[in-house]
Design a protein around this ligand. Structure first.
Ligand code: AMP
Ligand code: MN
Ligand code: MN
Length: 337
């Protein structure tokens, strides 16, 4: 199937039809994504909110954690009810999980999703997933979930309004690191092109997403970069978020997004890490790689997952012990190749 010169693989068309089969007009749909929603999760939710509203469904966004300020410009009035997400999920006929296939990444919402729900999923992660059975449009080779939402709409010939197109563009822009990462395929550029043809303004989106930073984000970045450690002999570099730094800079987890690109950008570094103490006592590790280092595999050893060149895990224990274990595994991994 071809739309605006972007062909949709037949298995994606079939998967889109299976997902659409549970989306009958009148149904209440809770749209949700992983904790600390990113541009891909929010963009995909917002686009689906428009698509489903136009078809006479009753969608609502119900995320386990608040939507970061930098994406608020995408939200239609009254669309986001994440502050009472559990109740929204309980009241829904269908839960549509976006940009994740693992229940564990849904935070406190995981226990709210019950057998009585239809649970559909659109996602591009490599992990097998642990959601209840339900229709899925999952393709790890997609650059972003937003690319798959574009395919979903195209396959069903559901028109994308300008607001939905803009939201999908944000998902693609952010998950490809501004069209720089290895997932920047010819196909996703064609999808981005098709979105621009629908009137998306890339300059104003850049301004909203990347050039409207609160001062605290820049000061936080400076402080975290001050912790940089580099081990050139291993091609390893890491930074650590000081435990109270977010609070001091009135920042949120979203303000840390992209900081790990600095250690990754050092010549000779093949593996970059960011360590952070979470409020729940766990330690979050972000893994980024260059070349053939597979961080999804490394993160998986610590109960996490993600993609080959960008992955994450949440570990039990103190920051010091998490660092000790992850750095030891990282050095051993890098020495072996
Ligand atoms: P992040 O480091 O949080 O930017 O995440 C990088 C990639 O790893 C994203 O695709 C995440 O969905 C995935 N990821 C992050 N944290 C976890 C985790 N605790 N478990 C599984 N996947 C994760
Ligand atoms: Mn994501
Ligand atoms: Mn994504």
């Amino acid at each position: 199937m071809t739309t605006n010169e972007v062909s949709i693989p037949p298995e994606r068309v079939r998967a889109a039809e299976a997902v659409a089969a549970v989306l009958a007009p009148g149904r209440r749909v809770a749209l949700t994504t992983h904790v600390n929603a990113d541009g891909d999760g929010v963009g995909s939710e917002v686009a689906l909110w428009h698509l489903l509203t136009a078809r006479g469904l009753r969608p609502t966004i119900a995320n386990p954690t608040p939507i970061p300020d930098r994406f608020h410009f995408l939200l239609p009035a009254g669309a986001d009810h994440s502050e009472r997400a559990a109740r929204e999920v309980e009241a829904a006929d269908v839960v549509l999980v976006l940009d994740i296939s693992d229940v564990s990444r849904l935070g406190d919402l995981a226990r709210t999703i019950t057998q009585s729900h239809e649970v559909a999923c659109i996602d591009h992660h490599v992990s097998g997933g642990s959601l209840p059975r339900g229709p899925r449009l999952v393709a790890p080779e997609a650059a972003a979930t937003a690319e798959l939402v574009f395919d979903f709409a195209s396959a069903l010939q559901w028109p994308l309004c300008p607001e939905a197109a803009r939201a999908l563009y944000v998902g693609i822009l952010t998950d490809t690191g501004g069209f720089r990462f290895a997932n920047t395929t010819p196909r996703v550029l064609r999808v981005a092109g098709a979105l621009l043809e629908r009137g998306v303004d890339p300059e104003s989106i850049y301004a909203s997403v990347y050039a409207s930073a609160p001062e605290g984000r820049v000061r936080l970045t400076a402080e975290v970069l001050g912790t940089l450690v580099v081990e050139p002999e291993h091609g390893l570099a890491w930074v650590t978020v000081p435990p109270d730094a977010l609070q001091r800079h009135r920042a949120t987890a979203d303000d840390l997004d992209g900081i790990v690109e600095y250690p990754r950008s050092i010549a000779g570094v093949r593996l970059a890490l960011l360590f952070r103490q979470l409020a729940n006592g766990k330690v979050k590790v972000s893994f980024r790689s260059v070349g053939d280092v597979d961080v999804a595999e490394l993160a998986h050893r610590f109960g996490g997952g993600g993609h080959r060149k960008a992955a994450g895990a949440s570990l039990e224990g103190t920051l010091a012990s998490a660092q000790e274990h992850v750095l030891a595994a990282a050095r051993e991994y890098l020495n072996g190749r």
